[in-house]
Design a binder for this molecule. Sequence first.
Ligand code: NI
Length: 397
Amino acid sequence: MDIEIIRSLVKDVEGKIIDYRRDFHAHPELSWKEERTSKVIESVLSGLGFENIRRGFDSTGTGVTADITGKANGPVIAIRADIDALPVDEAVDEPWRSSCAGVMHACGHDAHAAILLGVAHVLAKIKDSIPGTVRLIFQPGEESGIHSGAKQLVSEGVLDGVDAICGLHVWATLEAGKVGFRKGPILASADIWEIEVKGKGGHGSRPHEAVDPSIAAATLITTAQTIVSREVDPREAVVFSVGKIDCGTAPNIIPEKARLAGNLRTTSPVIRDDIPGRLKRIGEGIGAALRCDVKVDFIPVYPVTVNDGDLVDLFVEVAGDLVGKDALEEMSIEMGSEDFSFYQQKIPGVLFFLGMGDPVKGTDAQHHSPDFKTNEDVLADGTALLTALALSFLDRA
Ligand code: NI
């Protein structure tokens, strides 16, 4: 497909993409509550003549998927956009500001949904020349942690028959006009650990008759850090954070129990599998030494987002043609996470970053902050990049 044709088709639809974005932004919906958003998407797609539109994939209730096929029995590529908003109270005052107090599109998923509708418009115009099938996935629940929308859709077969998947994230800390890519790990895993320390409560004046779980908990907090500092290869990135400490009721009581919880992030799938065993060993060892029962639980949430090397090569080639080689920026690994990683555990995938930071426009505010603001000037590039990447993949597959 000629890059110039894609560019001009995207230009024709740019105004619509901006309108969709503003509409989604004004009506944000939290994870798994994307009712209105899904209805809007469904009606746009059916107006464009898409077939087998599935609302609320199988059991999800929200989200939309649809296919468009040019050449039957050809290869299949999926493009994914997440569509949910966040419990954030918007501070930006624009005519399309959130109409729902306490809920805001503070991560740019409104832009992602609008861009994918833009892709749908372009593909509908060139349907007969699509060398295979493109599956559009408007995914609910990206922000919902263990209830991840991607995990749910994958378990219900959204990738059946799909050869590869691509997606983008608008990125406030990357300058507008730049496009960020990386081969291999690009975003970290994010998992939860929970520890319960059980001792024997008693009077603060008689510690010898009690078993104090607070001492074991405190020892655990500091000793667990040695997994990162002493046990893992220092060239690897690992974050072990304690986010919650719950222990005791009054100054003169030795508590019965202590509960700790926190976050583990790493960019290595191997280390991710390895750490629960280490944490268990340290927890139980400290428990034995200090006479407490220690129970360690590990709750896997998001895997490492790992980009497929060949797809990144293809992306760099396509993006170089579209936005110019100087606009391409090789990213360093981010310790944030994405449920796009669940798709990549099944099939090759590439997630890239669409830079939108511009201090003059205020579009460089942090993701998830009340000041977050989408730079609408980059939406057309995002649409062209996803369209061209999908078509080039189908062409060569
Ligand atoms: Ni996001």
